[in-house]
Design a protein around this ligand. Sequence first.
Ligand code: ZN
Length: 222
Amino acid sequence: MRLKDLVSVAAGIVISSVLATQDVVAQKAKRYHKVGNLKVDTGFNKQYFDDFMIPFQEFSDLHNCKITIKSKKIRTTMAARPQFLSLLLGKKNRRYVIVVNKDKSFEGVHLKHVPPAARIGLFAHELMHIRDYESRKVSGVMERGIQYLTHKGKKKVEHYTDSLTIAAGFGQQLHNWAAYVLYDSDASKEYKFYKENIYMTPACILTQIEETLPQQQTGLEL
Ligand SMILES: [Zn+2]
């Protein structure tokens, strides 16, 4: 009998630890849901996701990319980065992360305050970072990392990314985003100053939209 009791206690411990492990796995699995190659943090609001899909659906070259959207404490509203270790595994295995800031004390722009029309512009900009990384070899991606260490380099990368966003047809939404940050958001003066210096200004975006419009017929016939 004693041995039988011992066996049933041991079996009980094994079963409960298996169940506990399954629980942890289930919790981990629940943190993300998968949509194609996208892995999306369950905390990423449904409305944000729908807005994210507006530019994403247009960028078919990115549909095969493995992209995770997650939240973390960072020093900007959102950021798109390659997963460092995946860079060593060859281009097909590269993974990217789009991070949404979850730092409540952040003095910049919080995604939850951004109007949808501006949010789409921000999402399109982040996706253009991934298009840029995808066009580069590992050394080129590393070069981007180095450029990010200086003000001049960062400005160059962000202006280039903004110009890609305009060329991809999301100039108006990018303008909404830039104008919201500088004129309507509650961000600190320092943050607005930083944004104005690193990114394209709303006026600059409008000029570039006009320049990329197809040339109108002059009507002159020779
Ligand atoms: Zn950027």
